[in-house]
Design a protein around this ligand. Structure first.
Ligand code: KIV
Ligand code: ZN
Length: 452
């Protein structure tokens, strides 16, 4: 019996909601580069901009609509004729256009921002969606600030816009106020109460003001949302939007809990993140999940030791699976001898235990001073620790020029490598050695006490 997989539509709003965040504005060429990357990534919907907002936004949506033909291209519009006409003007040549209409529904927004009554809000939403539908078959409606809207009234508005022709109902947590259990209940309430809901797609759009955007999005999916709105690197208004890479990988890594599929090619996640960061000049926080510089770095000795024995010990996904070139063992003061030995082997040096102890002592002192020990530091330290006079067996391969240069030492390409104590000549320079599987228990215990 084949179990049908539930497919989640990934609606990327990096170029619209993401671009609204301070320091993230992009010109047309930059937006086009990002759009191409989102296409490669496999996003189902690209929200390319807010055409009425500026001529630049209009041009970007129009160009992306003309060039990127696979995904749906969406353009945002307030619930009024002028906005919707402008959005349609930008979108009409798209292979798959979508008009995204929004109108606030919470009493706070109605009273202080729009200064309209609930009745006026209901009528405006209905009319705007009907007008958008007269231009474009694919219409999404968002009741802005939905999570602070009276649920009764929210359901009334949603029913009205379904009648008017909306095909996707997006539920925004505009101010990042909700929590997972509450948001899941809201989606379940909408599914249970709104007439005609079975004919439309429910979408979630979460902001990260309390750091719960991704958790809220996952709760919405579990409660029946089938589209999620998100951005690369989680960029967006204030604390940002739900991060695309985190949502996608949560479904992939915890498929047991979230048995849903997306069309995302995960190995393009890291390149997408890098591209966006390079274009906007906004760096990704180092500890950002999935694509941060440290997401696959291991410095603590115990972690490095585990990683070297089997990456399953400390990595729940491979770096390659999200397009990160390789996991990095950062050599610092918390590193142990095991990691140090492997790095030495990768640099072409293999030591017996006593020799490694000597290097390790000096390495720890150096790491204390300079925090991160790079390869060229290590090479220098190796040279210094084991001068040619020391009891040694010649090294099996000469150092290539590049590493000799990196060492910054007097070694020239022609100079033979310095001799060091070593075990058997079992590997070729530059290839990591397989990890010894048969190390006895005492040695492992000793490594542990050494702080590997
Ligand atoms: O956060 C929000 O409410 C929005 C809407 C326009 C969907 O971005
Ligand atoms: Zn938003």
């Amino acid at each position: 019996m084949s179990i049908e997989q539930v497919r989640i539509t990934i609606f990327d709003t990096t170029l619209r909601d993401g671009e609204q965040s301070p320091g993230c504005s992009m010109n047309l060429q930059e937006k086009l580069r990002v759009a191409h990357q989102l296409d490669r990534l496999g996003a189902d919907v690209i929200e390319a901009g807010f055409p009425i907002a500026s001529d630049g936004d209009f041009a970007a949506v129009k160009t992306i609509a003309a060039v990127i033909r696979r995904p749906i291209i969406a353009g945002l519009a307030r619930a009024c004729r002028l906005d919707i006409e402008r959005a349609w003007e930008a979108l009409k040549d798209a292979a798959r256009p979508r008009i995204h209409v929004f109108l606030a529904t919470s009493d706070i927004h109605l009273k202080y921002k729009l200064r309209i009554t609930r009745e006026e809000c209901l009528a405006q939403a209905r009319e705007a969606v009907a007008f958008a539908k007269s231009l474009c078959n694919d219409v999404e409606f968002s009741p802005e600030d939905a999570t602070r809207t009276d649920p009764e009234f929210l359901c009334q508005v949603l029913e009205a816009v379904i009648d008017a022709g909306a095909t996707t109902l997006n539920i925004p947590d505009t101010v990042g106020y909700t929590v997972p259990s509450e948001f899941g209940e809201l989606i379940a309430t909408i599914r249970g109460r709104v007439r005609g809901i079975e004919n439309v797609t429910i979408s979630a759009h979460c902001h990260n003001d309390l750091g719960m955007a991704v958790a809220n999005t996952m709760a919405a999916i579990a409660a029946g949302a089938r589209q999620v709105e998100c951005t690369i690197n989680g960029i967006g208004e204030r604390a940002g939007n739900a991060s695309l890479e985190e949502i996608v990988m949560a479904m992939r890594v915890r498929h047991d809990r979230y048995p849903y599929e997306t069309a995302i090619n995960a190995e393009h996640l890291f390149p997408a993140s890098q591209l966006l960061s390079e274009i906007t000049g906004v760096p990704v926080q180092p500890n950002k999940a999935i694509i941060g510089r440290n997401a696959f770095a291991h410095e603590a000795g115990i972690h490095q030791d585990g990683m070297l024995k089997n990456p399953l010990t400390y990595e729940i996904m491979t770096p390659q699976s999200v397009g990160v070139p390789d996991s990095k063992l950062v050599l610092g003061k918390h590193s142990g001898r095991h990691a140090l030995a492997i790095r030495c082997e990768q640099l072409g040096y293999q030591f017996d235990r006593r020799a490694l102890d000597d290097i390790y002592r000096r390495f720890v002192r150096l790491a204390d001073k300079i925090k991160k020990v790079e390869d060229h530091h290590l090479l220098e330290l190796i040279r210094d620790t084991h001068k040619p006079a020391a009891s040694a067996t010649p090294l099996f391969e000469p150092l290539p020029t590049a590493i000799a240069a990196a060492a910054g030492a007097s070694a020239s390409a022609a100079e033979p490598p310095l001799p060091f104590p070593m075990a058997s000549q079992t590997h070729t320079f530059g290839l990591p050695l397989p990890i010894a599987a048969d190390r006895n228990h005492d040695q492992q215990q000793e490594d542990y006490l050494w702080g590997v």
